[in-house]
Design a binder for this molecule. Sequence first.
Ligand SMILES: Cc1cc2nc3c(=O)[nH]c(=O)nc-3n(C[C@H](O)[C@H](O)[C@H](O)COP(=O)(O)O)c2cc1C
Length: 352
Amino acid sequence: MPFSPFRLGALELPNRLVMAPMTRSRAYVDGIPSTLTALYYAQRASAGLIVSEGVQPSAAGKGYMDTPGLHTDRQVAGWREVTDAVHAAGGRIFAQLMHVGRVGHPDNTGAIPVAPSAVRLQSQIFTPNGPQDPPTPVALTTEEAEATIGDFADAARRAIDAGFDGVELHGANGYLIHQFLSQNANLRQDRFGGSVENRIRFAVETARAVADAVGAHRVGIRISPATGSQDLVEEDAHEVYPALLAELADIGLVYLHHLAGGSAEFDGRVRALWPHALIVNDPAKADPSAASAHWLGQGADLVALGRSFLANPDLPVRLRLGAPLNEPDLSKAFGGDHTGYTDYPALALHPA
Ligand SMILES: Cc1cc2nc3c(=O)[nH]c(=O)nc-3n(C[C@H](O)[C@H](O)[C@H](O)COP(=O)(O)O)c2cc1C
């Protein structure tokens, strides 16, 4: 089943295995992906679909060290090398558009983070000077929130110009879109805050603007309901997410990428709530074969795998053969050179 093809919008995926988005913090200055990045993704082109690391849609969307962007022409040119390399190797790649919101630090970006409300993140951010408390973010005005939605649409256009096959909106893991959905990081009193209808509005309007910009068949979204990421409180997730998914389904987004584990009740309902392609990523299932068998059995169309793709450039063929897997070295996850990045070996065809 993981090795059967799947039609995703206009794309024919050769298998059901998606490389999950993973920040690797190896961009050149000015957020330009490095030439090593092209090699890294091309090595992983046998994935049914690659979702790139989080890419900031604007300078204000950056929070961590050395992450790439999609808001300048030079960044587009850098990504073009990446997408060309992936396509030449036979793969398909979406860009994950990730605005960190309050999860940032001025030592990484030169600016105070912006967020739905002036509510500080309670955990630390890694900076060149070590882990530090982030400052209290500046609340976006209504006009600035609308302009931020426009930044997502512009970045999506740039992603297509750069040769990406589509974009994934990062609505998960406690970043900006997720902050708007939450009860504790969004204390707004305008049309983006308060009721469930208002708290889903930023996500819905972003999805609509991005779909208008590049076509809904090229836009997916990632969610992680009630996972408690970045200390977000979502006690009404059982109301927020069904309302959100109904709106996003109407817009016709090509896929929902669900990060399981926050709510067993929602995990059991997500297939029934989402009428289009469903990707599930389940961090609790360490064995990628077991994760795929379980979620494809539960009706997911595709299964996303993170750390096992990080460490195994040729993961699909390894799973098909039942071959041993390389272990990821997460001490080299963020930043550094080619080690722990492009030097994981593919399976030897003729082992000694
Ligand atoms: C090094 C690393 C970086 C990550 N960066 C991102 C990211 O940029 N965007 C995102 O949505 N998730 C990110 N994640 C989460 C992964 O997409 C995935 O949800 C997580 O690794 C669990 O899946 P797994 O058990 O298959 O690894 C990251 C995970 C890792 C290990």
